[in-house]
Structure formats: C-alpha cells, structure tokens
Design a protein around this ligand. Structure first.
Ligand code: PEP
Ligand code: CO
Length: 462
C-alpha cells in the first residue's frame, strides 16, 4: 500500500476484525456516501493543538485526563447527561491540576464513542441466539432480532448524536459553565457527608482564595478562568464510519479524521498491517493505542513504529490496561522497549479494562481497590524507571450509578442491582470518580521532581 490514505475497498480487503455483518450493502453504501458529504465535527487545527498539548505531556509538563462512557447511547444525548459527564471530568481536572501543578489535558470519551469491539459475535439468552450488541452506531441494545440487526443508517445517527453532543460541550466549555470561580456550584447537589465532598469543598475554598489573591494583586486571568480546552475522542473501530470522516485538510493537504480530535486503536484491532493500523497511521490526528497483557514489548514497539514513524512528540498516547495483578511485571519491559526507540510517547494508565470480572450475581463489574492498585502500580513503575506517568483513562459517568464495587460509598455486589445502567462495561460513578481524582492527585503531588521536566511553568489554564 502506498503512503496515501487507502480506499475503503482496500481496507475491506484486509478483512478487518470487529466489523458489523451488514445484510444491506446498498443501504451501507448510501449511508457512507451521505457521511462523506457531512461537515466536519472538529477542525484539523484543533487536532494540531491537542498534539502540541500531548507533546507537553510526553515531556513531563502536562498530565492527561481521558474519561467517559464505555459506550455512549443515543438515549443519553440529553442536556442532563452531557452536563453530568462534563461536570465530573472538569471537577477531576481541577483536583488534578491543583495537585500536580501542571496543566491537565482534558479528553472526553464523548461525542463519538458509539461502537464497541466484542469478544463474541453472537449472544445466547434462554436458547435464543442473536448478534451481539456492538454499540448504538451498529445495532440496538434490547435483545430482539429487530434491534440486534446491524443497521447502516445508525452510522448517520451516530454522526448526528456526536454533533449534538459536541455542540453542547463546546457551549459549556466556552460559555461560562466551566468557569473556575463557579466550581463550587458544579457539585453543590453532592452528598454532603461524603468524605470526598469535604475534600472537594476545601479545595474549592483554597482556589477561591487564590483567585481572590490574584485579583487583589491586579492579575486579570478572566478569560483563562472562564474557558477550558476540552477534546473529544473515541475508539476508531468502524472502518466505514472512520473512512467517511477522513478528509484532506485544506490548509495543509494532509488527511485528518474530522469525527473527533483523538482516536484510539483498541486492544483487539491493533495488528500491524491490519486495516485499522493502515488507516490510522495515515491520519494527522493524535492517536491512542490500547495495550493489554497479551502484548509483548516487541509487539508494542512494532505498533508504535507503524503509528509514529516520524517520532513526533504528542503523536501517540500508549494506554496500558494490564490489570492490577500484572502491571508491575508487564509494564516495565514495555516502557523500557519503547523508550529505547528514542521517541517520547505519553504513557497513560487505563485501570479499568484489565480488572473486569463477573460478580456472583452475574453483573460484570470492577472493584475500586483493583482500579487503585493498578494506578499505584503504574505510578510506582514510572517512578522506578524515571519516566513521566503521563495520564489516566477512566470509564465513568456523571450519574450515581452502581456498576463498580467499593469506594467510599462501599458499593457491594448486592448493591449492583440498584442502578446498573451501562450497556457495556461498568463505569465509576461520580463519587468514585472524584475519589480517584484525589488518589491520583496524591500520587502526582508526591512525584519526584526529576520525573517532571520543566515543571516550573504553571499556566493558568486548568
Ligand atoms: C474500551 O476502551 O472500551 C475497550 C474496549 O478497551 P480495550 O480495547 O482496551 O479492550
Ligand atoms: Co470499555
């Protein structure tokens, strides 16, 4: 294959895994055609901006917070749901910024996270076998033949849902909702007695005092406190969709995917020479690469070489999800092998996907303690190697769901039934998310300064 963007037919000829089995080729062609004509959701220049920010994180001068649903749903394209998700991410970002004293690069798993890789193509319930749910961009969650049939028109719905979501996110982050001086309002309805809430209020008060002090000194940081940069990301899974949203940027003549600022390649589609890597390596967007416990250091190096041949700072985030039990053994040789290539990637910890288990009552869940243990392993490994722990990646929601066990709310396996709403993996609820932000903040504030290149620069953006 040449270095230009492969055609959709060329990608299909590579027999990509994890694609829906559509039974309506004409309908699919029509949907892809329509998608190709729709306007970009993001501007290529914004993707370049994110790449520069990630370069800062690769150099130890910034920290990445990436989070959101495992799978967004069309039903959750509501003001309340979007506001709730944004609020928890912004709250976590403030906690992290204050502790780490470096800017936090905020990236949602939002406005495009509608497609899921599945370990089984089919699902059987009570003797009935139907296609597995692959995300709202592909089919419906209810277990009926009509819902589970992959419908290509859903690709257009996914585009529209992403557009509506990101429109509101943009309005919130530039229109005053994200104003640092109003942060005490973000969680005003939060459970008062919760320990994490007390810490949050204390932090809010400290920031209020710091802002008042700066104002008294005549520092006018108005705009810096009012708006934040917030980026959209999703897993680049469905090649029909991702190919249709790949466009040539008129400024530079370079290909960008305009469906999100950052796209990541999942653990199940990261094969070198495979269709996903072949498409993604041509894009100018910053990329994420998920790495599970089966990857050898040589595999990771080969994939990193394929995706970042130019060794460009900020091009690549390597998101490890190795599991609490194995992170301390598996991560060091991976980090060492990639660092030995001389490139600087952003090392991000996803403490969710290596720690999923099925509870005795059948719910797929994760334990807060395992999540914390993997994070601690990640920070310890980077401290031992002298490399910068560049960020964290969470599955979370703004709602008070009961999907992960443990945390201050002490959610038990029996509690899972109370509010289990995810259509895919279990998410941290708002309290668990803030609690983790404080835990990560404690690790960041304790970091040895040799791990922080140039941490003397403390910009106002939070
Ligand atoms: C995910 O992030 O939801 C996911 C499927 O992750 P992974 O590719 O790491 O399994
Ligand atoms: Co998931």
């Amino acid at each position: 294959m040449t270095d230009s963007v492969p055609s959709l037919d060329q990608l299909r000829a590579l027999r990509p895994p994890q694609q829906p089995a559509y039974d309506d080729p004409a309908g699919l062609a029509k949907a892809v055609d329509e998608l190709r004509r729709l306007p970009p959701l993001v501007f290529a220049g914004e993707c370049d901006g994110l790449r520069s920010r990630l370069a800062q994180a690769a150099a130890g001068r910034a920290f990445v917070l990436q989070g959101g649903d495992c799978a967004e749903t069309f039903d959750a394209v509501t003001a309340a749901s979007i506001r709730g998700r944004l609020r928890v991410l912004l709250s976590m970002a403030v906690v992290l910024t204050y502790a780490a004293e470096v800017p936090v690069v905020k990236i949602g798993r939002i406005a495009g996270q509608y497609a899921k890789p599945r370990s089984e193509d089919m699902e059987t319930r009570g003797g009935v076998t139907l296609p597995a749910y692959r995300g709202d961009a592909v089919n419906g969650f209810p277990f009926t033949a009509a819902d589970r049939r992959p419908d290509p028109r859903r690709l257009l719905r996914a585009y529209n849902a992403s557009a509506a979501t990101f429109n509101l996110v943009r309005a919130f982050v530039t229109g005053g909702f994200a104003d640092l001086r109003a942060m005490h309002l973000w969680n005003a309805d939060f459970v008062r007695e919760a320990n994490v809430s007390a810490r949050y209020e204390q932090l809010t008060a400290e920031i209020d005092r710091a802002v008042a002090f700066m104002a008294a000194c005549g520092v006018d940081a108005g705009q810096a406190f009012r708006t934040v940069d917030f980026y959209a990301s999703h897993e680049a899974l469905l090649l029909d969709y991702e190919h249709a949203l790949t466009r040539i940027d008129s400024r530079t003549g370079q290909p960008y995917n305009v469906g999100g600022h950052l796209l990541w390649i999942g653990e199940r589609t990261r094969t070198v020479g495979g269709a996903h890597v072949e498409l993604m390596r041509r894009l100018r967007n910053p990329l994420g690469l998920k790495i599970g416990p089966a990857a050898s250091p040589a595999d990771v190096v080969a994939t990193v070489e394929a995706l970042d041949p130019g060794r460009e700072p900020g091009r690549l985030m390597v998101i490890t999800r190795l599991g609490a039990a194995r992170v301390r053994d598996l991560l060091p040789p991976i980090v060492a092998a990639v660092e030995a290539t001389g490139r600087k990637v952003v090392w991000v910890c996803d403490p969710m996907h290596g720690n999923t288990f099925t509870a005795a009552n059948g719910y797929k869940t994760r334990s807060f303690d395992d999540v914390t243990a993997e994070l601690n392993g990640f920070f310890d490994v980077h401290a031992a190697l002298g490399t910068w722990p560049g960020g964290v990646h969470f599955e979370l929601t703004g709602d008070d769901v009961t999907e992960c066990v443990g945390g201050l709310g002490d959610i038990s396996e029996a509690d899972l039934a109370n509010r289990y709403e995810t259509v895919c993996d279990p998410r941290l609820n708002r309290q668990q998310s803030l609690e983790l932000a404080f835990m990560v903040a404690d690790r960041l504030s304790g970091l040895d300064h040799s791990q922080r290149a140039g941490s003397d620069y403390v910009p106002l953006d939070f």
